[in-house]
Design a protein around this ligand. Sequence first.
Ligand SMILES: O=C(O)CCC(=O)C(=O)O
Length: 295
Amino acid sequence: MSIIPGSDVQVTPMTAEQHERFDRDGFLIIPGALSPDEVAFYRDALDRVYRAASTDGRLAADGSLHQLSAVTNCPEAAGLIDHPATFSYVWSVLGWNVHIYHSHVDVHPPLESRRPFRFEWHQDGGRQNREIETDPRPRLSVKLAYWLSDVSEAGRGNFKVVPGSHKTNWIDGPPRRDVEWPDPEGAIEVTANAGDVVFFDRRLWHARSDNYSSFTRMAMFFGYTLRWVAIRDDIAPIWSSDWADQLSPVQRQLLGGIKDADGDHLWGHYPATTPLYGWLKERNLLDPANPPLKP
Ligand SMILES: O=C(O)CCC(=O)C(=O)O
């Protein structure tokens, strides 16, 4: 199995204006992050995952696939986790002490009949939203959503968000998720072309929408957090695979596999041997806002 590297794009940190918009809206669109050839490459890879799941009878009843642990199940997706057109957004916001804790690849063919109602609105992070007491809760993680199909018009299973909602701990919702309820005020369907990426704050209230169009919706999602937050993905199979040696040191860090790391190292105590720290330092891109601990 061969994993292609990302395209050769000049890497720069987020601008002050991008930080401002991200802080205001809770998300940014990165237009044209992937070239048409890259879109074709990742679509083909995802299509193979989909066909294998179909053969094994692992698709949902509506023919969709929501497969967790993206790189474990689609090794080619490794090229997206530190893609030069998008990864700078992650380290510009979270710094160098990061890994991917939750990821998924998704295929949603057109729905042939109406699905029973389900209120899908949520913030990411699961129990972080119950067990952290501040208001607003802290950001803790961000996500990249890569679009591999055209969702440039609403109604194609678009990603829905409430812009600016990331500092709101609660939104009005139904007593149970299957009780019909309107979308929150201000909700929009994000439109994007294949190859565009949405970068969002985990606290942004968001939801998948149903795809009643004639397009199959294809996307890959990667959630990044600080390395002292546990990885939810199933990463063990990566480290016993025959392709793990193709991963770069930064990709290994992102997938929770820094070689010979002890518990303290896995938390971020040793920047000098943390690949992303070194990678940023070499390029003079370290942000003084994310210093190492004092020795
Ligand atoms: O598939 C989507 O549009 C939404 C995905 C989502 O809810 C998530 O990444 O947490």
